[in-house]
Design a protein around this ligand. Structure first.
Ligand code: DGL
Length: 273
């Protein structure tokens, strides 16, 4: 019985290409796992939608993954992680991993000045979720948040190293850097695509926190603890499901994951879930 569960895939979802940053780390740390990635590319971005809509999308995304018989769902999206986790846990009997906790925990550990910056989508920043979690770890920590809504469309367009992106990043980060932060949470899974540039702008004094690695560690330890790791002695299979097949997805995914995904991408009608 357990063996059957172990070989089931892990489901990972995001609004678009952002969750690939988490997928990449999961592949690195858990190469034997079968994975189903869902990107809601027809409805991205989530971060500027209402909480009600984000919750409806999150329920549909999870229902799709559940229909694929996954053993765990990784919410590789800060916007959903900060607005819909209770709802998801109430509605589905499958273990969930979100990206908020690993980010918050890591930032709390690395800050020396107790001053943490967070960049995220408007819905993540407005939820106040990071501030709440970080203050639970340490009430002394001060959290400064900045909504950075233009970064998701830039990532979805593959405009990672353009001059326009650099100007926008400098503009967004300047206010936070004035607050004398020494840790900066990339509070959106799309943002690690810009990590190199963000590090350059923030300078070496600021610890840039990208939760993909920590999230993958959490996935691994949860599967270990519940004896659900796939013990098959071969490389796992990754399949991609998208609610639309945009021009850029395959290109961005292949460049970022450094693997050919031809023949592995299927379009689904997410509104039917
Ligand atoms: N990548 C997601 C996040 O971490 C969603 C971004 C969006 O669709 O606005 O918040």
């Amino acid at each position: 019985m357990k063996r059957k569960t172990q070989s089931k895939p892990i489901g990972i979802f995001d609004s678009g290409v952002g969750g690939l940053t988490v997928l990449k780390e999961v592949l690195k740390q858990l190469p034997n796992e079968n994975i189903i990635y869902f990107g809601d590319t027809a409805r991205v971005p989530y971060g500027s939608k209402s909480v009600e809509t984000i919750r409806r999308f999150a329920l549909q995304d999870s229902a799709f993954l559940k229909s694929m018989d996954v053993k765990m769902i990784v919410v590789a999206c800060n916007t959903v992680s900060s607005n819909a986790m209770n709802l998801l846990r109430e509605n589905f009997d499958v273990p969930f991993v979100d990206v908020l906790l690993p980010n918050a925990m890591y930032a709390s550990q690395v800050t020396r000045k107790n001053r943490i910056g967070v960049i995220g989508t408007p819905a993540t920043v407005e939820s106040g979720a990071y501030s709440r979690i970080i203050k639970k770890f340490n009430p002394q920590h001060k959290v400064f948040s900045e909504a950075t809504p233009l970064l998701v469309p830039l990532a979805e367009e593959g405009l990672i190293e353009s001059e326009a992106t650099e100007i926008i990043l400098k503009n967004y980060l300047s206010r936070l850097l004035l607050k004398d932060i020494d840790a900066l949470i990339l509070g959106c899974t799309h943002y690690p695509l810009f990590e190199k540039k963000i590090k350059e702008i923030a300078g070496s004094e600021v610890h840039v926190v990208n939760s993909a690695r920590q999230t993958a560690r959490t996935v691994k330890s949860m599967l270990e603890d519940s004896n659900m790791l796939n013990c098959a002695n071969k490389k796992g299979d990754v399949r991609f499901f998208l609610s639309d097949i945009p021009r850029n997805f395959k290109k961005i995914a292949q460049r970022f994951l450094k693997q050919n995904i031809a023949g592995k991408v299927t379009r689904i009608d997410i509104e039917s879930y």
